[in-house]
Design a protein around this ligand. Structure first.
Ligand SMILES: CC(=O)N[C@H]1[C@@H](OP(=O)(O)OP(=O)(O)OC[C@H]2O[C@@H](n3ccc(=O)[nH]c3=O)[C@H](O)[C@@H]2O)O[C@H](CO)[C@@H](O)[C@@H]1O
Ligand SMILES: C=C(OP(=O)(O)O)C(=O)O
Length: 420
């Protein structure tokens, strides 16, 4: 199993190109199942999760032609309507094939994803919405069996805001008969990116970017071209890294309009930010030459503070001036990095879903274990800020969602190597 070895205390200086967003690419790749036309995608990140979803999609008969960050999909010859446990268990987002397969082919068999390290993460809202659209759904032997000759438009109000739930129902609704209204829809930029692709494929969707999506079903969708939106979480992770280590970096291929809250918090931390524009994307120059200031926050759905940035900001808080308080409201078990950061000398205690952090003068390198994707990223940040050497085990979590993170960081001065 690969490990990362990091020698801390090196400031970051130079340029980093931000990749396409994992959480946009995954639903967008699944949208290839909705049409027999070519869906030509660019800015697709090189991630383990993308490989997994492409394997799953190829297994259905979807044709995939990949040239680095460009992927063309063709769904003219779908032969299997099944997502097996072996693939779904490694990546929860596999559930995103359910809506498209059912809507276009009237049938799907998809393994239940099961829980994961950060929480139990049920998919009851996906199922509730599809049932409201007339699907007959049974669950047996760990599989969801869904059937519907033709899905029918419905007004669906999910019990909570769910990102992949909204995406699954949105994709299903594009090919349903009549009008579907998704109330309480997730407004994450990645949902908007998917909706924009669907519109380019001929879908009729109003309210994009709001919590009320109104979809008029069409008989079929056609091929389209689309560039996946830039990854706001990857970008903000690098900004936290420079806030923790000091230095001067320039991020390219980013979009600052989609992560205002994180940028505001980073300014509070003391990061000096300058936003520029370059061929339709933004650049962000970030400079840090002082000890970070501690910031408190509470995670919420977009446009609030993203849960996917909670751990990385906590890493900055561990060495910041002053105490801070971090409350996680989206997932019930997303503090597993706390114990590992404490192994590096951090002073964090938790009470329920709130962590209390006392900023310490310094962290010291140690052996730690990555427990989930963003926890891994937070340990990389903490290790880069620590004195001495840190060894991070189980970094396969990191590879799921970051495009060659150690390569990007070592190019800007981090002492970080992958040990095979
Ligand atoms: C691939 C992808 O896009 N992953 C993101 C997506 O995950 P994902 O879409 O899985 O997260 P959701 O928005 O669905 O989950 C939000 C909350 O709702 C609960 N819930 C959700 C659906 C459901 O049917 N029943 C239910 O109880 C979940 O357990 C969780 O507590 O949004 C999360 C919240 O922004 C992010 O952390 C993930 O990075
Ligand atoms: C929790 C995450 O991803 P996933 O939903 O794919 O597990 C994440 O991206 O931080």
């Amino acid at each position: 199993m690969d490990k990362l070895q990091i020698v801390g205390g090196k400031p970051l200086n130079g340029e980093i190109a931000v990749s396409g967003a994992k959480n946009a690419a995954l639903p967008i790749l699944c949208a290839g199942l909705l049409t027999s036309g070519d869906v030509e995608l660019s800015n697709v990140p090189r991630l383990h999760d993308v490989k997994t979803i492409l394997r799953l999609l190829e297994q259905t008969g979807l044709k995939v032609v990949q040239d680095d960050e460009n992927v063309t999909l063709n769904g003219a010859n779908i032969t299997s309507l099944e997502a097996p446990y072996e693939l779904v268990k490694t990546m929860r987002a596999s559930i995103l094939v359910l809506g498209p397969l059912l809507a276009r082919f009237g049938e799907a068999k998809v393994s239940l994803p099961g829980g994961c390290a950060i929480g139990s993460r049920p998919v009851d809202q996906h199922i509730k919405g599809l049932r409201q659209m007339g699907a007959e759904i049974t669950i047996e032997g760990g599989y969801i069996y869904a059937k519907a000759k033709k899905l029918k438009g419905a007004r669906i109000l999910t019990d909570m805001i769910t990102v992949t739930g909204t995406e699954n129902l949105l994709m299903a609704a594009t090919l349903a008969e009549g009008e579907t209204i998704l109330e309480n829809a997730a407004r994450e930029p990645e949902v908007t990116d998917l909706a924009n692709l669907l519109v380019a494929m001929g879908a009729k969707i109003d309210g994009i970017g709001t919590d009320r999506l109104v979809i008029q079903g069409v008989n079929e969708l056609h091929g389209a071209k689309h560039a996946v939106i830039s990854d706001r979480i990857e970008a903000a992770t690098f900004l936290c890294a420079v806030a923790a280590t000091g230095g001067d970096i320039l991020l390219t291929n980013t979009r600052t309009d989609i992560f205002d809250v994180a940028l505001d918090k980073l300014r509070e931390v003391g990061l000096q930010l300058e936003v520029g524009t370059n061929r339709g994307t933004n650049t962000i120059r970030a400079r840090m030459d002082a000890r970070p200031q501690a910031v408190s926050f509470r995670t919420t759905e977009y446009p609030g503070f993203p849960t996917d940035m909670q751990a990385q900001f906590m890493a900055v808080n561990t060495i910041a001036a002053g105490p801070s308080r971090v409350t996680e409201t989206i997932f019930e078990n997303r503090f597993m990095h706390v114990q590992e950061m404490n192994r590096l000398g951090a002073a964090i205690s938790t009470e329920g879903n709130t962590a209390f952090i006392k900023g310490v003068e310094r962290l010291v390198g140690a052996q730690v274990m990555a427990t989930d994707l963003r926890a891994s990223a937070s340990l990389v940040i903490a290790a880069m800020a620590a004195q001495g050497t840190t060894l991070i085990d189980r970094i396969y979590h990191l590879d799921r969602g970051y495009d060659r993170m150690e390569v990007k960081l070592s190019k800007v001065g981090a002492d970080i190597v992958r040990i095979k």
